[in-house]
Write a protein that binds this ligand. Structure first.
Ligand SMILES: [Fe+2]
Length: 507
């Protein structure tokens, strides 16, 4: 006797309840039938599986389309206004140094801050950074237009300038040591921005031709070339916001000037001979509203090449972020990064916070290279509470527990411990290691701050056999960007709490 073949089939079509389309009708639960009777059921099941597969594909296609739209939205504002400019992100970026500078760039020359009282600003920075005041141009030197004091540590020069009363100056504007200084511009600058950087100055072979070439390639002129004595020529180009790029050239580099003509040596004993080990400016970063426009503008008139880039995905936390491009000169020793805010995050981007408090674009931070970051930090932290600079909150202990894996081949256990004690961040790229730390904003507003860095590795020899360190060695702290933003967000939250506490109670 032939018994019918028996088969039990259990089907779970619960997924059909969450689908927007109606699935083919399939019998529920289990069935027990012979092979012939089962055929129609199997056809239904096959149909349903095909339907389910198609639906999954549709969903995948929809998700892919959504992702593309999101990426396009994110990069929309960086492509606007600059055809052909599109960020590719850190991982996809390939550096090409075609040595494309339009004129001969030598090095950073100085940074000039405009303020309302140069004496106090200069002394505060002198004390906080270990940079003695070495030169002056003020009433005592016959300058009736502006008071300027120069701080120096190694090759780093910071100049602080404030206006005197125009009623004192009268028609003696030619007593200014920096002839491009303008009373009303300086007053308006300080009113808008508070303490801020007016000029990023670079030494070039010829400040006249650098100016002419820049203007011929779209640069907005700020001040035409002027010889300020002893063969020194100065010219200025608008950079971003109210910040300018200042070109300085010297016909006779061997001439022994303390700084620029018109400046005199600061009296011995008037400035305490501090030295915390800071040696030069590594990079000067700007915050702008439209990165594509700013980068295209500066690239076009300087010929600088793109050294690195970071997108919101590379550097942002879940709550804030930025897009960033680093421009570099031929030898990559003049580095000009620029940031723009990214929108649509839970908390406002701190770049946007800067733009609001600064009333527009401007210099966000200055990265200073030290020859010994531990020594520099010990000295700076000692002065934090007594007139020096405070630092952003240190990363959590877990950061340093992981550091041995990340940089244990370069840093000893003692050095890692010292990094933790001092709150130093560590990052590396394919070439070297970067040690870095950020101060809190240096003035009243949450705008400009200082970064102290030490780069390790990338030592090469020039044509004359002289050893030097390649520019940008170890990167810019991409891996630490998120740590920075987390700590800035923490800091901003404390400001909000303070605001709530100090808010007067309703009557
Ligand atoms: Fe930096």
């Amino acid at each position: 006797m032939n018994h019918p073949r028996v088969c039990n089939v259990t089907t779970d079509f619960s997924i059909s309840r969450s689908l927007s389309l109606s699935p083919p009708q399939v019998p529920n639960l289990w069935i027990s039938v012979n092979a012939k009777q089962l055929r129609p059921q199997l056809r239904h099941i096959a149909l349903f599986l095909r339907y389910k597969r198609n639906l999954v594909r549709q969903r995948q296609r929809a998700e892919e389309a959504e992702m593309v739209t999101a990426v396009e939205k994110k990069t929309e504002h960086v492509t606007n206004g600059a055809p052909g400019f599109k960020l590719v992100g850190y991982a996809n970026f390939v550096r090409h140094n075609l040595k494309s500078d339009r004129f001969h760039v030598k090095r950073f020359h100085h940074i000039e801050f405009w303020c309302t009282d140069a004496t106090n600003s200069a002394r505060r920075f002198s004390w906080g950074l270990g940079m003695p005041i070495v030169a002056k141009s003020d009433l005592s030197t016959g300058n009736l237009v502006h008071a300027s004091y120069l701080l120096r540590s190694g090759d780093l020069d910071f100049l602080f300038t404030a206006p005197y009363s125009p009623s004192i100056t009268g028609n003696l504007t030619n007593t200014a040591s920096i002839p491009t200084f303008n009373h009303s511009a300086a007053r308006s600058f300080s009113a808008s921005h508070g303490l801020a950087v007016r000029a990023i100055s670079i030494e070039v072979e010829d400040a006249t031709s650098a100016f002419n070439i820049s203007v011929a390639h779209g640069a907005k002129p700020s001040s035409p070339p002027v010889e300020i004595g002893d063969g020194v020529v100065l010219s200025e180009i608008h950079l971003y916001g109210d910040a300018i790029l200042r070109y300085i050239s010297r016909k006779n580099p061997n001439l022994n000037l303390i700084f620029l003509p018109g400046f005199e040596k600061y009296e011995e004993g008037s400035s305490y001979p501090l030295d915390f080990g800071i040696r030069r400016l590594d990079h000067a970063v700007g915050n702008v509203t439209n990165l594509a426009e700013a980068v295209s503008y500066v690239k076009e008139f300087t010929g600088f090449h793109e050294f690195a880039e970071f997108t919101a995905e590379d550097v942002g936390t879940s709550e804030s972020g930025l897009n960033s491009v680093v421009l570099a000169s031929n030898d990559e020793m003049v580095l000009l990064p620029m940031n723009e805010p990214v929108f649509g995050t839970k908390r406002k981007s701190q770049i946007q916070t800067y733009l609001e408090h600064n009333e527009g674009p401007g210099v966000q931070h200055l990265a200073l290279v030290t020859e010994d970051i531990f020594r520099t930090l010990r000295e700076m932290r000692r002065r934090s509470a007594v007139g020096g600079f405070e630092f952003m909150p240190s990363p959590p202990p877990t950061y340093y527990r992981n550091l041995k894996n990340r940089a244990g081949d370069v840093l000893t256990d003692e050095q890692i411990k010292e990094c933790e004690d001092l709150g130093i961040l560590v990052d590396r790229d394919d070439q070297g290691v970067l040690l870095q730390i950020f101060t809190k904003p240096v003035g009243d507003r949450p705008t400009i701050f200082i970064e102290i860095i030490q780069r390790i590795g990338c030592m090469v020899k020039d044509e004359e056999g002289k050893t030097y360190q390649k520019g940008g060695c170890g990167g810019f702290g991409k891996g630490n960007f998120s740590e920075l933003f987390k700590s800035i967000e923490e800091y901003e939250k404390t400001l909000e709490v303070a605001k709530q506490i100090t808010k007067p109670a309703a009557a």
